[in-house]
Ligand binder design. Sequence first.
Ligand code: DGL
Length: 270
Amino acid sequence: MIALFDSGYGGLTVLKPILKALPEYDYIYLGDSARVPYGNRSPEMIKKFTEEAVEYLFKRGAKVIIIACNAVSSVALRHVQQKYLKGAEEHDRKILGVVIPMAEEVVKTTKNGRVGLIGTRATVNSKVYDKEIAKLSDKIKLYSQATPLLVPLIEEDYHKEPEAITILKKYLKPLKSYNIDTLILGCTHYPLMLKAITRTMGKKVKVLQSGDLTAKSLKSYLVRHPEIENKLTKGKSLTILTTDDPSKFKTFTEKHFGMKIKMPEKVDLA
Ligand code: DGL
């Protein structure tokens, strides 16, 4: 089974392209809606929540866990990889994040070397994108902007309202003055505001999101690692888990992702 984990709805923007690219497997999606947003919390708290989620998903039979959340990938990915993939477990299961595929794409995309990043406080403060991009190129200047109100607006299904668009424009204004040619959506929730973001940034700015990039990188990972791929069950099933109201999760998913889903299961991670 392949599992995806996010603090809420954001990871669904990664799940959708993965289902399209690799439809044959069984999937489980966990949204920790009861504790969203993660991005305004301390790294210690994010690590603790991530440990709970990862332990739970391995118990449910996951062999690959995609951390479909930038905040978690930024501050807790290495921590859970070191804690849960020790010794023999290293060849038995895998935990992957969303940051490295994005950093690789940034280097391929930018022409003028001026790149913007929007993300939660946890992601921006971690400087993970600065570090990963610097490993690949010394010619890129990254301009980061924390946008902490966007996840709560999206989780409340308020992100298409004029007030939300006003907040978004205010966040993007400094980035517009830096003459960037590429913008990283450093949060998997933000593709839900993609139209408003691209409209605000203008045609000259290429907006990058994690979904397709992560799907492509997972596909190539499974080809390179048959020892993991062989362990994945192929039943085309999708189970959605949430730590909060399942019917709210179902309504949001069906409204914004155009997919019909079974009633999510409510789970308790703590
Ligand atoms: N989707 C998460 C991300 O990519 C949102 C984090 C949060 O809950 O604040 O960063």
